[in-house]
Design a protein around this ligand. Structure first.
Ligand code: F6P
Length: 523
C-alpha cells in the first residue's frame, strides 16, 4: 500500500505551528537556555554510543510538541510501518524501499511481491565475505600469478559516493589493499588513476545498478582496453567483477558469471552501500568491519522503528529541520564533522538528501506551494572555521548546523584531540550565545584598545541565536558510522513523508542525460 497523501500545510498542527512561530521567532537561544535549566537534559537523546543534543535549537517544549503533532497528522507512524514492511512506497518507480533489509539479520522473512528476500541477501553477504577473504588472503591471483594489491571501484552517484565515503571514513581500519575510485567521465580522472596501477595486481569493480550509466560504461570500457594492452581476454575473469541488477549487460561486457554480484530494484542507488555495492568497503576494511557497519545501521533502524517520536533521533532531527526550512525559511544546512576521516560525508549526504527530497511535485502529482528539500553542504572542523564559518556567525543567512564529534580520537594524540573538541564546543556556544555589545566593550577595555572601542563595536558583535545539533559519539568505529549513516537515511525518509513527496525516485537527473546523449551524437 502506498503512503498517505496529506498536504502538511493543511493540517491543524501546521496552523498551530504558524501561530507558535510568530510568538517564538525572535526568542534568543541564550534566554531559552537560561529559562529552562534542564534544557540540555530535556533536549538530548542517548542511544548506544551516540548522544544527540538538540538544545541549541530555536525551539521550546511546545515547538517540539507541535512538530510531533505534525508528524502524527501526516501519517508518519503508518509510513514507517510501510517502509520497513516492503510496501511499494516508491510509487513512481513501482518499487519497495528496503535498504533496511540489507542489514536486518534478525528477520526471517521480508517479502517483496510475495517473495522472501532474506535468503538472497544472506547469500550475497556470504559471497561478499568469501570474495573478500579470498582477495585479502592472496589466494585470488591476477593473470601473471601475483596477488591483488589495488582495487578500483568504477561507478558514479550512489555506486561511488557511499562506498567512497565509508572507505575514507574507516581508513584507520584499513587492510593492505589500496582502493581507488573512478567516477567522472572526465578521461583525465581515469588516466590519473590508471597511471598509478599495475594491471597484473589490480582488481576492477564495475558498480552500476542499471549498467546503462554513460560515465560508468565509458570508464569501464577505457579501463578494459588499457588492461588488454597487457593481458588477454581470458584474463578478464581474474580482474573484472561487477555489481548490478542488469545481468545481461554485465555478461555482454565480458564479466564472468561467477564474478557478478546481484543488486535489487528495491534498493535505491544512494542507499546501496549496504549491498554488494559496498564490496570496495569490505575489501578496504575486511568483512568483519563491513559487517559491523551493518550492525550499527540495523541498531539505528530498530531505534527508529520502535522509539516514540519525542525520543526518536531521526524523527526529532527531521522535525527540527522542517521547522527551520518551512517556518524560518532557511535554505541550507551545513554538516560539520570534527574529524578529517569524515571529509567526504557532506558530498555523500548531498546526493542522499538532495536527490531524494529535491522535489516540487507532491504525491498527488500537484506542484507544492511550500518548501521541500534543503541544500546540503559542509566540510570538516576545524578547517571550516578558517574558511566559511565567518558567514555562519556574522552573515545575513540563518544556517542550521550539524556538529558531529567523537569523544576519543583513534590514534590517541590527546592534546590534539582536546584542542579539536575545545573548538567543537566553542563553535556551538559562539553560534548560539554570541557576544553582546557590552561584552565586546569590556573586552576591548581590558585589552587597552580604548581608541577603537566606538568604531569597532558594531563589527565585533556576534548576534548569536544560530542553531545547531550536537551529534556526539564515543569513537569513530564501523558500528558507529553505520548508526550515523542510517540516522541520516531515516531523517530523509521522515522529511519526505511530511512534505508529501516521493523521496525515492530521481527523474530530475534524466533530462540532462538525454540532452548530453543528443549533443554527443551530433559531434
Ligand atoms: O544520477 C542518477 C543516478 O541514477 C543515481 O541515482 C545513481 O546513484 C547513479 O545515477 C548511478 O546509477 P547506476 O548505479 O545505475 O550506474
Amino acid at each position: 500500500m502506498a503512503l498517505k497523501n496529506i498536504n502538511p500545510t493543511k493540517t491543524i498542527a501546521w496552523e498551530k505551528l504558524m501561530t507558535h512561530f510568530e510568538k517564538i521567532k525572535n526568542d534568543h537561544l541564550k534566554e531559552l537556555k537560561e529559562n529552562q535549566p534542564n534544557r540540555k537534559k530535556d533536549f538530548s537523546i542517548q542511544f548506544q554510543d551516540l548522544e544527540v543534543n538538540f538544545s541549541n535549537n530555536r525551539i521550546s517544549e511546545n515547538t517540539l510538541k507541535l512538530l510531533i503533532e505534525l508528524a502524527q497528522e501526516t501519517g508518519l507512524k503508518d509510513a514507517i510501518h510501510k517502509y520497513f514492511s516492503g510496501d511499494i512506497i516508491n510509487v513512481t518507480e513501482n518499487r519497495a524501499v528496503l535498504h533496511t533489509a540489507l542489514r536486518d539479520k534478525a528477520s526471517q522473512k521480508i517479502e517483496v511481491n510475495q517473495k522472501n528476500i532474506i535468503p538472497e541477501i544472506s547469500e550475497t553477504l556470504q559471497k561478499i565475505e568469501n570474495f573478500t577473504n579470498n582477495v585479502l588472503s592472496g589466494n585470488w591471483k591476477g593473470f601473471s600469478g601475483k596477488s591483488i594489491t589495488d582495487v578500483v571501484n568504477i561507478g558514479i552517484g550512489g555506486s561511488d559516493l557511499g562506498p567512497q565515503m565509508v572507505v575514507e571514513s574507516l581508513k584507520y581500519y584499513k587492510t593492505p589493499l589500496n582502493i581507488h575510485f573512478v567516477s567522472n567521465i572526465d578521461g583525465d580522472h581515469v588516466q590519473e588513476t590508471l597511471k598509478k596501477l599495475n594491471p597484473e595486481t589490480t582488481l576492477f569493480l564495475i558498480v552500476s545498478k542499471t549498467f546503462t550509466t554513460q560515465e560508468t560504461l565509458t570508464n569501464a570500457l577505457t579501463i578494459k582496453k588499457w588492461f588488454l594492452e597487457s593481458a588477454l581476454e581470458i584474463d578478464i575473469e581474474k580482474h573484472f567483477v561487477a555489481v548490478s541488477t542488469n545481468l545481461n549487460m554485465v555478461k555482454d561486457f565480458g564479466v564472468a558469471e561467477e564474478n557478478i554480484f546481484p543488486m535489487w530494484d528495491w534498493v535505491g542507488g544512494r542507499f546501496s552501500l549496504w549491498s554488494a555495492v559496498g564490496l570496495s568497503i569490505s575489501l578496504a576494511v575486511g568483512f568483519d568491519n563491513f559487517n559491523q557497519l551493518l550492525v550499527g545501521a540495523h541498531q539505528m533502524d530498530t531505534h527508529f522503528k520502535n522509539s516514540p517520536f519525542d525520543k526518536n533521533i531521526p524523527v526529532v532531527l527531521a522535525l527540527i529541520s522542517i521547522w527551520y526550512n518551512n517556518f524560518f525559511e532557511t535554505e541550507t544546512e551545513v554538516i560539520l564533522p570534527y574529524t578529517e576521516y569524515l571529509k567526504t560525508l557532506a558530498p555523500y549526504l548531498q546526493q542522499a538528501i538532495m536527490e531524494s527530497n529535491g522535489k516540487s511535485v507532491d504525491r498527488n502529482g500537484n506542484k507544492v506551494d511550500y518548501q521541500t528539500g534543503n541544500i546540503i553542504w559542509g566540510s570538516t572542523g576545524t578547517n571550516a572555521q578558517h574558511a566559511f564559518i565567518q558567514l555562519l556567525h556574522q552573515g545575513t543567512k540563518l544556517i542550521p548546523a550539524d556538529f558531529i564529534g567523537f569523544k576519543e580520537s583513534l590514534y590517541g594524540l590527546t592534546e590534539h584531540h582536546q584542542k579539536l573538541m575545545a573548538n567543537f564546543y566553542a563553535q556551538i556556544q559562539a553560534l548560539s550565545e554570541g557576544k553582546t555589545k557590552e561584552e565586546v566593550h569590556l573586552d576591548m577595555k581590558v585589552s587597552g584598545q580604548f581608541d577603537q572601542i566606538q568604531t569597532l563595536i558594531p563589527f565585533k558583535v556576534f548576534e548569536g541565536n544560530k542553531p545547531s545539533n550536537t551529534i556526539l559519539f564515543n569513537k569513530l568505529t564501523p558500528q558507529n558510522l553505520g548508526i550515523l549513516i542510517a540516522m541520516y537515511e531515516h531523517k530523509i525518509f521522515v522529511q519526505g513523508v511530511i512534505w508529501n513527496i516521493y523521496s525515492y525516485d530521481q527523474f530530475g537527473v534524466e533530462l540532462g542525460k538525454e540532452l548530453a546523449t543528443k549533443i554527443y551524437s551530433k559531434n
